[in-house]
Write a protein that binds this ligand. Structure first.
Ligand code: HEM
Length: 82
């Protein structure tokens, strides 16, 4: 049971990290090739929006990356104490 929960949390962290990396790529492209990205996103991702998202992605990225890298020792501590 705890093993399943631990595995689900690990997978969730991996998926969110992957989505963050994809968002980094899209918004980065949205800054340099803003005309293309703005057209493809139907005007949703404009250059200032892409820039703001790209800059602020650092916070979730760092948190997810640390969780991802240190998940093993962290889960040992968390699931041992419950
Ligand atoms: C900046 C991006 C990433 C970095 C720097 C990174 C780094 C690492 C490191 C250092 C480990 C070894 C951790 C350990 O031994 O406990 C690891 C394991 C792993 N990573 Fe990543 N990772 C990144 C992104 C991703 C993404 C996006 C995925 C999945 C979509 C992923 C899937 C995995 C898997 C499956 C493992 C093995 C976990 C295990 O030991 O059970 N990684 N990664």
């Amino acid at each position: 049971m705890q093993k399943n929960l631990s595995k689900s949390i690990r997978t969730a962290i991996q998926v969110m990290l992957l989505l963050t990396l994809i968002a980094y790529g899209i918004t980065g492209y949205g800054i340099t090739e803003f005309r293309t990205v703005e057209a493809l996103s139907l005007g949703l991702i404009t250059k200032p929006v892409a820039f703001q998202i790209h800059n602020n992605l650092i916070f979730p990225f760092i948190i997810l990356l640390l969780l991802h890298i240190f998940y093993k020792p962290l889960s040992r501590v968390i699931f041992k104490s419950t």
